[in-house]
Design a binder for this molecule. Structure first.
Ligand code: HEM
Ligand SMILES: [Cu+2]
Length: 703
């Protein structure tokens, strides 16, 4: 490329038309007007949101703490919380889009109010966001927060890398958000199949936004996988053998391994697609030796393990919740571990069930169909173990447990429909109908999203030192659960009736009643989202009466409950020694829950680093430049990132020392408060008397 090409068009392809607002002003007919209005309002929400955040930060003089306490922090707990914040913002957007899609289809007999292009952008952003920018950050955030605490570590293995991963995820999410304001998003679905997404058939910047958002995040996620795996292998407290790790840590390990092996095929596939689009390569176009099936294979070689990346941490959270809220050790611990590991392994052997109908031989379909059905076996083992955990336990119906029980019922239905789809003969019948949409939401929402929300409720008091409001939590949970049923059970019926997925409109009046039920269901889901926001608001206002500074509000069993809420930066004043599964329960039973050690020593912790936010910022600008062909911006951003890396290489002081005296003071203050706190029985758990000190109860019954 010549220099002039770089500098002649300083803004690349970026022009007035890129703003939905202009399109709105220039358009004539009513349809364009509605679509333009919706698009412009979405853009306005993003812009106003940014302005409000900037104004609030300025008003409360929060820029300095934002930078020093949060953005540059290498503390796994803060990084985890920032991941969850990103996830919740993106969840709100993707749910609103889902409601809009359901509204369109309810009104879809012969038309509806959205243009096909607009509808296609909606399902593409909804799917992309839910998978990559909602669930992935959510589970990464929860793992980041809880796992080092569960294994008795001070931090993850590579704290600065952790912050870089967060930066890259934020860059990808930012890219999806800015596509609302400038330009458009892909219309090619969350999987972006060529040849449709090739430049010849879909010019414009939408697909490029999709490509770069995914590339940036998938690199971050691969790094996260490495970080978590090394952390779990290397940083466990003395005595914590693999078979003493809490189940959530186990599933985090499986997920980390899946991330390491599954993300690279995606990164490579999207980069190859970029080469096709930008430089006229022919990886995925017929002619000159290309073949779109290469993309399908690579995408699903990532895509199928991905769904287990999403769901395994959910399984882990439910395992913790079933055990804690039944007051019993998890039933069948080892079978749970082996089931999770088998699922992770099998997940690499089934990708082809995503294109049963694309013309490979019957033998291949049969092999992949049978392999897919095998996954039902370890999953079934887990379901029985969860049920047996509750059996004769002291079951309490707190909010996390409500999600867990709803999950158990709904997930079994989703699993059965999955086994149905794994049969190629049946799949031919319902392929590409909304039956499939019903199936995967039947596993993704109860299994993944409910798991994340249960984890959010479960660990929130640990992270912030006060419990979330129970009443609003229950309202929210019931709205999610029953709204979900209303929104998705009709889709099974519609699928069997033959309604294709991703239909902007249809011609058969018999679809309408079920579509309306589904729309009402989606509205109830929206109410669940709203209640979640209200819950947070109410809880922050009532935080004084719900404080649980002692840190163990639910009578927890694993080590994260053995420290104050919120925990100190260094997690544990003295690294705990583990002799048992359910280490904290064992300690409490021996009366060793709140002890002072004989001596305190200095603690070495990583210092803050600007590398994470710098990589986030430059990653975002680099990707933005690539989308709009603003080449000088691409080069500049890459240079800044490289320089930042070199500067970091010369930095000598990367750790700070927390003096023993300070550790002693903080710990003693907490131990005294903990001993003075009134032990709370499980019956009073939900009252404001709960300060996070659990009374010893003989739990469960002899088995
Ligand atoms: C309860 C809240 C949700 C509702 C109401 C909802 C609704 C929808 C709708 C209406 C579609 C379009 C289906 C079609 O075009 O026929 C869709 C597609 C999709 N959803 Fe959801 N969804 C929800 C939650 C989720 C979650 C939690 C995930 C992922 C973990 C997810 C992932 C997807 C994906 C991957 C697609 C496919 C997009 C495509 O076809 O390209 N959704 N959803
Ligand atoms: Cu699959």
């Amino acid at each position: 490329m010549s220099l002039s090409a770089i500098f002649v068009h300083p803004l690349g392809l970026l022009a007035q038309d890129a703003f939905p607002f202009w399109a709105l002003l220039r358009s004539g007919n009513r349809g364009d007007l509605i679509n333009g209005l919706i698009g412009s309002s979405a853009a306005a929400i993003v812009v106003i949101g940014v302005i409000v955040v900037v104004a609030l930060l300025t008003r409360y003089r929060a820029w300095r703490p934002l930078w020093f306490d949060w953005l540059t922090s290498t503390d796994h707990k803060r990084i985890g919380i920032m991941y969850v914040v990103i996830a919740l913002v993106m969840l709100a957007r993707a749910i609103i889009e889902a409601i809009l899609m359901r509204a369109q289809q309810a009104d879809g007999l012969g038309g509806g109010f959205l243009s096909p292009d607009h509808f296609a952008q909606l399902f593409s952003t909804h799917g992309t966001i839910m998978i990559f920018f909602m669930v992935m950050p959510f589970l990464t955030g929860l793992i980041n927060y809880a796992v080092p605490l569960q294994i008795g570590a001070r931090d993850v293995a590579f704290p600065v890398l952790n912050s870089i991963s967060l930066g890259l995820t934020a860059a990808g999410a930012g890219l999806v958000m800015i596509s609302l304001v400038v330009g458009e998003f892909s219309t090619g679905g969350w999987f972006g199949y060529p040849p449709y997404t090739e430049a010849l058939y879909t010019p414009g910047v939408g697909v490029d936004y999709w490509i770069w958002a995914l590339s940036v995040t998938s690199i971050g996620t691969t790094l996260t996988g490495i970080n978590f795996a090394v952390t779990i292998y290397k940083k466990r407290a003395p005595g914590m053998t693999l078979y003493r790790m809490p189940l959530f840590t186990w599933t985090a390990l499986c997920t980390a391994i899946l991330m390491i092996f599954a993300m690279p095929p995606l990164t490579v596939a999207t980069l190859q697609l970029a080469l096709d689009r930008y430089l006229g390569f022919h990886y995925f176009t017929n002619g000159l030796g290309g073949n779109q099936m290469n993309f399908a294979n690579m995408f699903w070689l990532f895509g199928h393990p991905e769904v287990y990346i999403l769901i395994l941490p959910g399984f882990g959270i439910f395992s913790e919740v079933f055990s804690t809220f039944s007051g019993k050790a998890l039933f069948g611990y080892k079978s749970m571990v082996w089931a999770a590991m088998s699922i992770a392994f099998l997940s690499f052997l089934v990708w082809l069930h995503h294109f049963f109908t694309m013309g490979q031989s019957g033998h291949i379909n049969a092999a992949f169909g049978i392999a897919s059905m095998f996954i039902g076996i370890p999953t079934g083992v887990k379901v029985y173990d969860w049920m047996a955990t509750m059996f004769r336990g002291r079951v309490r119906f707190g909010v996390p447990m409500i999600y867990a029980i709803a999950f158990l019922f709904l997930f079994v239905i989703g699993g059965i429909t999955g086994v149905m789809l794994a049969n190629p003969i049946l799949d031919y019948q319902v392929h590409n109908t909304v039956f499939l949409v019903a199936h995967f939401h039947n596993v993704a929402v109860p299994g993944v999203l409910f798991g994340m929300l249960a984890g959010y409720t479960y660990w929130f008091p640990k992270a912030f030192g006060f419990r979330l409001n129970e009443r609003w939590g229950k309202i929210s949970a019931y709205c999610w659960i029953f709204g979900w049923m209303g929104a998705f059970f009709p889709l099974y019926v519609l699928g069997l009736m033959g309604l294709p997925r991703r239909s902007v409109a249809y011609e058969q009046a018999r679809y309408v009643p079920m579509e309306i039920v589904a729309f009402v269901g989606a509205l109830v889901v929206g109410a669940g989202l709203a209640s979640l926001v209200i819950q947070l608001w109410v809880s922050i206002r009532q935080r004084e009466q719900n404080r649980v500074y002692v840190g163990d509000p639910w009578d927890g069993r694993s080590l994260e409950w053995a420290t104050s809420a919120p925990p100190p930066e260094y997690n544990f004043p003295v690294i705990p020694i583990v002799n048992d599964r359910d280490a904290f329960t064992a300690a409490k039973e021996f009366g060793m829950g709140y002890q002072e050690p004989d001596e305190y020593v200095d603690i070495e912790m990583p210092k803050n680093s600007a590398l994470g936010p710098v990589f986030g910022g430059t990653g975002f600008l680099l990707a933005f430049g690539l989308v709009w062909h603003i080449w000088w911006l691409v080069i500049l951003a890459a240079l800044v990132a490289i320089v930042a890396l070199i500067v970091r290489g010369f930095q000598r002081e990367t750790v700070q020392i927390i003096p023993a005296e300070q550790v002693r003071r903080e710990h003693q203050r907490w131990v005294h408060a903990a001993r003075a706190a009134q032990p709370i029985t499980r019956g009073k758990e939900g009252t404001s008397a709960n300060r996070g000190r659990a009374a010893l109860e003989t739990v469960g019954a002899p088995t």
